[in-house]
Design a protein around this ligand. Sequence first.
Ligand code: KDG
Ligand code: MG
Length: 403
Amino acid sequence: MKITGARVIVCCPGRNFVTLKLETDQGLTGLGDASLNGRELAVASYLNDHVVPLLVGRDATRIEDTWQYLYRGAYWRRGPVTMSAIAAVDTALWDLKAKAAGMPLYQLLGGASRERVLVYAHANGRDIAETVDEVQRQAALGYRAIRAQSGVPGLNKVYGVATDGKHYEPATRGLPREEDWDTPRYLRHVPQLFDAVRSAIGWEHELLHDVHHRLTPIEAARLGKDLEPYRLFWMEDATPAENPEAFRLVRRHTTTPLAVGEIFNTVWDCKALIEEQLIDFIRTTVVHAGGLTHLRRIADLAALYQVRTGSHGATDLSPVCMGAALHFDLWVPNFGIQEHMPHNEATDAVFPHAYRFDAGFMHPGEAPGHGVEIDEALAAKYPYQRAYLPVNRLQRDGTLWDW
Ligand code: KDG
Ligand code: MG
C-alpha cells in the first residue's frame, strides 16, 4: 500500500484543529491529529513544507520505519511542533493499517485489555458552591471520576474556570488574554474546595485537581499534604516539570498521587520521573508525544515502575486524537484513566466518530481504523481563526508567571 497523497486540513469549528489526511493507491485514507493549541500553523507548515514531500510514494505499512525516518532523519529532534507533526503521520498510518486489516485499531495494538475505558469529567465554578453543584451534575451524568476546579476569592480569572457559565475553553480569539495569580490565596482555597466537594458527594467518586504548573516544589508539597484527607486520584502538574528533580521534593512530603506530562513530547521528558518513581500517572497523549508508536514506548517504560497512563484529553485535541487515544487506552496494560472533555456540536459534526460514552466509561467502537473521519466540506466552512492561550501574571506586581 503506497501513499499517493497527503493533505493538511486546518479548520476552526469553535477552536482550531490541524488534521493530516493520507491517501493511498488502495483507495484507503488515514487521519492524524496535529493540533497544537495557539501554535497550530507552525505544525501545519512543518507538515506541508517539510513532511508531506517525504511521504508521497512511501510504503504506508512501514509505520516504525517512517517514525524513525521523521525523527532521526530530521537531525533536529523533539519539541512540540516536530512531535505533533510526527504524531499526525504515525496516527494516520496506524489508521490505514487497521483499515487495511479490517480491524479496529486496538486489535492491531494487541487487543482489548479491558471492557471499557474509565474517563474523568471536568467540573468548574466561579466559587466553591458552583463547583460543588457542577460536580454533582457530572456525577448525575454518570461520571465516576471528576476533576474539580474553582475560582479563587480575590483573583479575576483562574485556570480551568469558565467565566460565562459554559464549558471552560482557555484559548481566546485575537491576542492572549492576561490572567492574574496569587499563590497564598490559591493554597488557602483549594483544601476548602475539596472539603466541600467530599462533604457533598461522599467517597465513591474519584476526584482530581489540576494545579497547572503554578507552584514551586515546596508549595506543591504543602498542597499535596493539605489535600491528603480528601484522597485525590491525582494532583496534576503541581510544579513545572522541566526540572524532574523538583518532584523529589514534592514526593518526599506527600502521599497525594502525582500526575504530569501533558506538555511532554518524548520518553526523554519523563524518563527520570518514571525511573525514580516520582510520579504515579503519565499524561502524555497521542498528538503531542509522537503518535501511538512513541506513546507505547512511554507506557512500556512506565509499566516497569507501576506508573499508569492518564492521557490528556482536553478539547484542543481533536476527535481524531480522542479516537486514537481510546484505542490505546483499551489496549494499554498499565491504563489509569482518560481525560474527557466533550467537544462542541460543530466539532462532532466535522469529525464523525465511532467512539461513545456510557455511564462514566468510553469505548472506541468497532469501526476499522481509529474510527474517526473528517467531513471536509463542512470543515471548509470553519476557516482558521487566530487564537492564543492566556498568559498569567502575579497579581502583586505583574511578574509573568506560569499559566
Ligand atoms: O491547550 C492547553 C490545554 O490543553 C490545557 O490547559 C488543558 O491542562 C489541561 C488539562 O488538563 O486538560
Ligand atoms: Mg492539565
